[in-house]
Design a protein. Sequence first.
Length: 152
Amino acid sequence: MEIKYTKGDALQPIGGGSKTIVHVCNDLGGWGAGFVIAISKKWKDPETAYRSRCARGEGHLGAIDFVAVRKEITVANMICQRGYSKPGKPAIDYKYLETCLLQVRAFCEKNGDSVHMPRIGCGLAGGRWEEVEQVIKNVFRYSNIQVTVYDL
């Protein structure tokens, strides 16, 4: 399994067929900085789903929502960020990132989707791409799912 890297916007995924855009959410119900701002400018439903989940007390680590935003595009809100990062203390939880990505893999296998993302977990969550990349490779290693990572 090889990750495809490309220049572009993860919210305008390339290629044919159905696509799932994945991103990282925190477990505190905060939606207001980073990639989620761009998501909310384009589609309102992912934010609504996340805020509803958190309002119900179900915004725990490992939880995920699959939100259809267009006929061929789904956004996966993956809750795998523990609170907010602090200097020297990343908030990304790699164990729960794996938990969420396994759910993404199952969803994409069932629906024939490809996976699209920015460099998840490495912005406000404070993670290291080398570690995130390894989790992605481990999860999708034995699948036929195309994973594309976008750099603006």
